[in-house]
Design a protein around this ligand. Sequence first.
Ligand code: PLP
Length: 427
Amino acid sequence: MAAQTVATTPTVDLGPAAALSCRECKERFPLGPIFACESCFGPLEIAYDLPAGDPEALRARIEAGPNSIWRYAPLLPVPADVARKPSLNPGFTKLVKADNLARELGVTGGLYVKDDSGNPTHSFKDRVVAIAVEAARAFGFTTLSCSSTGNLAGAVGAAAARAGFRSCVFIPHDLEQGKVVMAAVYGGELVGIEGNYDDVNRFCSELIGDPLGEGWGFVNVNLRPYYGEGSKTLAYEICEQLGWRLPDQIVVPIASGSQLTKIDKGLQELIALGLVEDRPYKIFGAQAEGCSPVSVAFKGGHDVVRPQKPDTIAKSLAIGNPADGPYVLDIARRTGGAVEDVDDAQIVEAIKLLARTEGIFAETAGGVTVGVTRKLIEAGLLDPALSTVVLNTGDGLKTLDAVAPTTGPTATIRPSLDAFRDAGLAH
Ligand SMILES: *Cc1c(COP(=O)(O)O)cnc(C)c1O
């Protein structure tokens, strides 16, 4: 099952990463390009020897680090000198205090937008790819690959170009033009697959087990345990930017669910290390109605996530069979959060709401989180009196099609003052 395509040496240096550990049966394996437990087929994750000792000293060390995810290198599966290697240096994006949006939504406890559109390829995927690249280097891969709903393909293409890898990435054939161009412009191979994301992912799993894919590091398949850790940096940054405090509530978009589970892991680590005070927080998951397998399971009280065939404008979240779905359900229930969904019209409305209140142009995934936040407040599930962080994980310029039909010039006029007066726009 677990494809061991490259011989690993026991001397792989991935910093504090000690081993791979099965999330189900807890069996441990040496660090390598494997992703499923050899005993029970459960997903593998990284187990660490994290720096013990004085939280004050660790905080100071982090604060003195670079303005990128590499400031958290002591908590990531990367070599200590990672910041000196060629990388896009993602992360340390803005945490925007969204007072105007808070007024619109009736939030009084402090509302923040963590705006990951500010990453090098304009989505949160640069975080996860940067970590996977270090694993690919350590395991001797020369080609980087992925199955992508769009943003990941661009992030892999760009990171490969910068770090000196060949890249060949796979996407569904019908993505937005902005995503296709972003994925192709960095010069790697881009392959459109006639099917949806779940078809692309199945194809990549077959390719890994075949000699055709030998020597390839698929960032979200055989490097998935490493890739996933990149999402922890969102949790670290949010807490550091809040003055080393946990937010009360976080609203996170769900595609495969990896990001949400790793944000929880990151918060747990900060608590365990004494970097933040140990107090409760709630994690909320957000999906589009047209691809809402986790939301449906949550609301139905189920433990099993039933796959769907996606049909939504939120294409970056259109994974009908999310690998981490059951873990997302656990986290939402354990923390007292919820999982909710909004329809396409509500997504567009929320994109415009965020743009007109805060000057942030989100991609459809950001419309999903903002729209779900509003819906959760209305349903009494999200407490407006508590501090709340909403993630915007991508840039609206990549999903122009979503808003273009309902957004355009207020008027088009001849270049004369009379025409302008007639248009009724003078104040
Ligand atoms: C990939 C992606 C996500 C979340 O992905 P997970 O698979 O759940 O980790 C969220 N937003 C955007 C814009 C993405 O591209």
